[in-house]
Design a protein around this ligand. Structure first.
Ligand SMILES: CC(C)(COP(=O)(O)OP(=O)(O)OC[C@H]1O[C@@H](n2cnc3c(N)ncnc32)[C@H](O)[C@@H]1OP(=O)(O)O)[C@@H](O)C(=O)NCCC(=O)NCCS
Length: 168
């Protein structure tokens, strides 16, 4: 029987195309019906292969998770951007292809991202999720995050509430 190996590693320039594909599928899957269609299409359109190549080249912290040699998810991480929160690290994005969700890969990728932030000496962690993204909200609550702060993000004319989960 063929076993499907799971591997998590830093992204390389050659992963840009695959990450763009994951981004496209995951964002449409997660946000269709939540973020207005035009804004969502625009956001996804901006993040093609070239955008991801530049991000990886600029030494952004991008992790990929592979299953059987295919990139099926990614996470981006770095310093916390919200000055009002004392946690030093942030996971900016964590996305899996829809057909690979719900089988434990997000839990693994989240643990790897936390480990990487710790290795960079960043203490504590913040993740923002849109309140209407109920899968993400239950996922982060399940990972032991405390929902501590709230904010609003405006997409075209639609204001959506977002929640910050923190880990100390
Ligand atoms: C949110 C996401 C990263 C979670 O990763 P995942 O691999 O699907 O989650 P896991 O299989 O590791 O599940 C861990 C827990 O999350 C919750 N969860 C995962 N998928 C869920 C779903 N579809 N509905 C409800 N809860 C879900 C469950 O509580 C699960 O707990 P369990 O192990 O007791 O069943 C992933 O589903 C995803 O990429 N979703 C779309 C993009 C997104 O919303 N990203 C986060 C943006 S902030």
């Amino acid at each position: 029987m063929k076993t499907l190996e799971i591997d998590i590693r830093r992204a390389d320039i050659s992963d840009a195309d695959a990450i763009a594909g994951v981004h496209h599928a995951a964002w449409l899957g997660a946000y269709a019906g939540i973020i207005p269609h035009k804004a969502l299409t625009r956001m996804v359109g901006r993040r093609g292969t070239r955008w991801w190549k530049d991000a990886i080249r600029r030494a952004a912290n991008v992790l990929v998770i592979e299953m059987g040699g295919d990139v099926v998810g990614y996470a981006t991480l770095g310093r916390n951007r919200a000055r009002q929160l004392p946690q030093q690290g942030e996971i900016y994005e964590l996305y899996l292809k829809p057909e690979y969700q719900g089988i434990g890969l997000g839990t693994r990728l989240f643990a790897a991202a936390r480990k990487q932030l710790r290795a960079h000496g960043l203490k504590g962690l913040v993740v923002w999720a849109l309140e209407d993204n109920t899968n993400a909200i239950s996922f982060y609550a399940g990972q032991g995050g405390r929902d501590l702060a709230e904010g609003v993000e405006v997409f075209d004319n639609k204001a959506l509430r977002k929640v910050a989960f923190v880990w100390n």
